[in-house]
Design a protein around this ligand. Structure first.
Ligand code: UFG
Length: 330
């Protein structure tokens, strides 16, 4: 069985590739390298620099390789950027998905594991959030991912395409050996920004808003380790290979941490001071996103190994100390 990893040179995709290789699976990677890094994919893994919106190029990959299953990480995923450039999100994410499914169906490939997101829930009516919690996104990114889920649902009904949507909460951390990690061309994510501050590459961290409807007034998020997330994808691929029905699962830790608590946890994990200031709210941010992952544990048998946010931060810190300038390949 060959697994095609779309976006396999990105942050989460590269950890997925490492996990699949460790599980002795055959892997093929497609990435347009807009935000991914060629050097994050090991030599010897078939690699195609292709944009999933390019149907002819994607078709060629399916012609050359014997693909059985697809894992789809190749989407734009920055909440504030999506508020400023919504059309970019609907083009890359929604149009990209339609193109991908058309090519998959041309080759009779009918199993896909898809990176969905907690951002599809918006300001959730219940906490922790369950898979049945109504999805009402409050930013274009979340909206685009919800539309992608819906497209797969109808493609299942029409063509028998089986899918698993994994709704990630806030992914952080790096492979324990520090060989791969998080490196975005423009960093917007909380944990790497805090750690770049700890390293002295930034003067301070700006905490966006202290007047949210949360215990300390700062945004609350649920942080999950990237290697635990990758494990869940392998379980989801196996779930589909066994002939199970399409499904969706939340992936988080059920523990919420505010921005302020994360800065404090990073101070403890790194032993650094990490100057922080309170700034205005950032557009598109819901107050609190905390997952119930009971369904993934019960149905997929998912057992996250990292249950301490400081441990998650330590693995990201290990990567950053070893690679203060990231992959250095752009
Ligand atoms: N934040 C700051 N200062 C910063 C950066 C972030 O205070 O410099 C805050 C944000 O306002 C937010 C929290 O830290 O409250 C987390 O922000 P991130 O940008 O790290 O992550 P998001 O919650 O915006 O989004 C992430 C992923 C999405 C995913 C979502 C699911 O980027 O793809 O988690 O919860 F959908």
């Amino acid at each position: 069985m060959s697994v095609l990893v779309l976006g396999g040179a990105g942050y989460i995709g590269s950890h997925m590739v490492a996990t699949l290789l460790a599980a002795k699976r055959d892997v093929v990677v497609v990435d347009n390298l807009l935000t991914g890094h060629r050097s994050s994919v090991p030599e010897g893994v078939p690699f195609y620099e292709v944009d999933i919106r390019d149907k002819a190029a994607l078709t060629e990959v399916f012609e050359k390789e014997n693909i059985d299953q697809v894992v789809h990480f190749a989407a734009s995923s920055i909440v504030p950027e999506s508020v400023e450039q919504p059309l970019k999100y609907f083009d890359n994410n929604v149009y990209g998905m339609i193109n991908l499914l058309e090519v998959m169906l041309d080759f009779d490939v009918k199993q896909i594991v898809f990176s969905s997101t907690a951002a599809t829930y918006g300001v959730a009516k219940e906490n922790p959030i369950k898979e049945t919690t109504p999805q009402n996104p409050i930013n274009p990114y979340g909206e685009s991912k919800l539309q992608m889920e819906h497209i797969m649902k109808w493609a299942d009904q029409a063509y028998g395409l089986k899918w698993v949507a994994l709704r990630y909460f806030n992914v952080a951390g790096a492979k324990a050996d520090g060989s791969i990690g998080e490196d975005h061309p423009i960093e917007t994510h909380l944990v790497p920004i805090i750690l770049q501050t700890a390293l002295g590459k930034r003067e301070k961290i700006m905490m966006f808003g202290d007047d949210y409807n949360t215990p300390d007034g700062f945004n609350v998020r649920d942080y999950v380790h990237v290697m635990d997330l990758a494990d869940a994808h392998v379980l989801a691929l196996d779930y589909l290979a066994k002939g199970n029905d399409s499904n969706q699962f939340n992936l988080g830790s059920a523990n919420g941490f505010s921005v302020k608590q994360m800065v404090e946890a990073a101070r403890q994990a790194t032993g650094k001071e990490i100057p922080a200031e309170i700034g205005p709210r950032r557009a598109g941010d819901p107050d609190s996103l905390v997952a119930s992952s009971a369904k993934a544990r019960e149905v997929l048998g998912w057992e996250p190994k990292y249950d301490d946010v400081k441990e998650i931060i330590r693995t990201a810190w290990n990567w950053l100390q070893k690679h203060p300038n990231g992959y250095e390949d752009r």
